[in-house]
Design a protein around this ligand. Sequence first.
Ligand SMILES: Cc1cc2nc3c(=O)[nH]c(=O)nc-3n(C[C@H](O)[C@H](O)[C@H](O)COP(=O)(O)OP(=O)(O)OC[C@H]3O[C@@H](n4cnc5c(N)ncnc54)[C@H](O)[C@@H]3O)c2cc1C
Length: 735
Amino acid sequence: MLTTTSVLPTATLNTLPGDDVRAIMWRFTDRYDLQMLVQSARGVARGPVARLVAEGERNSHDWTPKKNTLLKAYDEAGLTGAFMDPAQGGYIEGPKNFVHALIVFELAWVDAGAATGAMAGDLALAPIHERGTKAQSDFYMSHACPRPGEKTWRGAFALTEPLPYVGVETGLLNGKVRVAEWKDGQEPLLQVDKRGRFITNMGYANFVTAAVETADPRIKSSCMVILHEDDPGLWDRGTATKKLVHQLSSTCDPVLSLKVPASRIIGGYTIKDGVIVPNYDHGQIIEAVFRRTRVTVGLMTAAKLLSAVEPIIRYQRSRFRGSETAQPGSPRFDLGLQTKEDTLHRLADIWATGEAASSLGFYAARLFDELDPLERQKDGILRERKLAGRAAFKEMQKLEATALGLITDAGAAAAEQTTDPLVKFVLLDSLANVFCPAAKLWNTGHGANVMREAVSLMGGYGITEDCPGFIGHKWMDAQLEATYEGPEAVQRRQLSITMTNSVFLAQFRTWIAGMRAIGSTHPNTGACTLATAMQMWLWSLEHLQKATDAEGTKLYSSNRQGVTFPLADALCWLLAARQFILDVLELERKGPENPTVAAGLTGTLQFMSDLCHVQSARAAGEIGRICAELVFAYNRHPEWTAEACAACYLSDDLDKFEAVIPGMASSARAYSDVTEAGTEHPTKAGPCVCLEGLEEFTKMRIRLDGCLTGARLAKDRAAEALTKVMIPEALDYPM
Ligand SMILES: Cc1cc2nc3c(=O)[nH]c(=O)nc-3n(C[C@H](O)[C@H](O)[C@H](O)COP(=O)(O)OP(=O)(O)OC[C@H]3O[C@@H](n4cnc5c(N)ncnc54)[C@H](O)[C@@H]3O)c2cc1C
């Protein structure tokens, strides 16, 4: 049914995609527990959270008693305990990345500050969860899990420090740890001094996981330590940050100066020659934490984009109702602003971006769920084989070669086909290293720009507190999502390294063929367009890795952010559009099994594949723009040398040729340089550029432009569907 290429839709979207459609696309139809959790989180989001926003509780920076009621709501809905294993008091077995993703998505649908507040405790626990000792993990995870009659411990994660210290550069630590007291045969006592900046949950946290540098020769390296509110010393929560966003979370700049036992070093320590050696420095812990938690941040912005669709449609349709010129039954009454093509096209873009962002984010979350147990298994195997440090690194390098061989044999199915956990780990790890920063970067950065479009479609209403769906708040909030847990520059920096990994690139190559194959059976999805864009990105990356600029300086290097960063951005467009197509294909496969979905499936698939096409075309446009600029623009433009001037046609000669070869004069002007009578050379910057070695790129560029054929027809169909889709009478959360 998706193979039709006609302009007119064979069927149209009846209603907005419901939970059953989402469970198929985001692959949790077999997880009844998660479907229940979604309902639970939705109850909190569209109940207490929405009420607080509607009552104006976002208008204060402080952590008020009303805001504080949310903590109980999260606990009672099972959101706080969802991170813990059943043995720690939780109720969900296994990795929790996807669990987090679903909770955050539901909360951010209404307010991302609430989502951040609900999850910040888990961010505080994450260093302990990822690298803590078993005793630390059991203790803090169970104390942070709501238990009847007992206090729930709330945590804060403190990395960022007052200027000029930690921000994007996480190595610039000013927080210090020293030995305060070390009696013979006893556990050392540490003095920890840490000032934080912008620390979430700090208004009520009972413990803090803090990154500190060593300031003592008896402590080998930096580390993360756990601080309690009742440790001896100073526990000053600091003043509330006067932020413009996320007002339903608590943020302060704390000052902490405390004495703690060395057992609070996260991950433990050994003592070597009278020196405390932390098992993990702060950088190792932070890397393990952020590579997971950043995915959920990306999903916050994705949720907002999709949440904007319903309020915008309602506003557009009802815009003129009640006026004398809009009589019931007239297009002005029924469709309102939706009679204007631009409003529909822009809404289609917002919706397509929201879908692609969600598909990208949820895929990344599922990927980490698959990777987590493999990582633990890998660590166990390396330990068994007594491989650590350089030896472990060498072993992993050997496995990369095995993984590459497997990709050659098995193509895109390599990860499914291997039974070797180490090789599987290498394959998935190379993907996770790309998908996490990509989801954070594209969803929040580009997502924030697209949220502005959503605001603008609501006119003046969009920038008022009364705007249905709180779209103005969501736009502002999106900027914080693009900033915290490492702003865009951090994600781009990471991508510029991980996207050149050979195992990732080998898998990426197989996806190009995969998209072509999808294109042949499902041309309406724009998969073929995307395949050409993927090819162009890969060509450009490989070219830029070898190329130099006009001065002979290497182009692809860490200090050349003007090259590496745009290429990282370009990759994100491709990954997002591809994940969206894959999710729509899943819907086509599994939809018929679900009676609720099956009823309107033809129309839903038609619409979703049109959105895929819209998104793929937009992605292709971005790739063409970014790659062309990078490939050409670091070369020096040719100048009017005597040789270049001599190579130009003279206009007088052309006029003579025209008599013999009709059309010659105009073709020559279109394709080469022509010197007009009385001038030295054509009036322009220099001879037209024809750089050797770039012909392949130029051909690909022309092909890519041609591949856009049909994309606007898809957009027209999607726009038409937006005028027909049924929406509820009113939003299910207050204004
Ligand atoms: C509401 C809120 C809540 C927060 N919660 C927490 C929390 O709970 N715990 C915590 O530890 N932190 C928290 N943060 C801090 C947040 O993570 C940092 O603000 C963020 O990482 C950016 O650091 P910075 O503000 O120092 O920016 P800077 O480091 O000053 O960066 C400013 C800009 O400079 C550019 N830049 C900087 N370095 C580079 C580079 N190497 N290459 C290219 N460009 C660069 C980037 O464009 C960047 O966006 C929170 C922040 C806010 C606002």
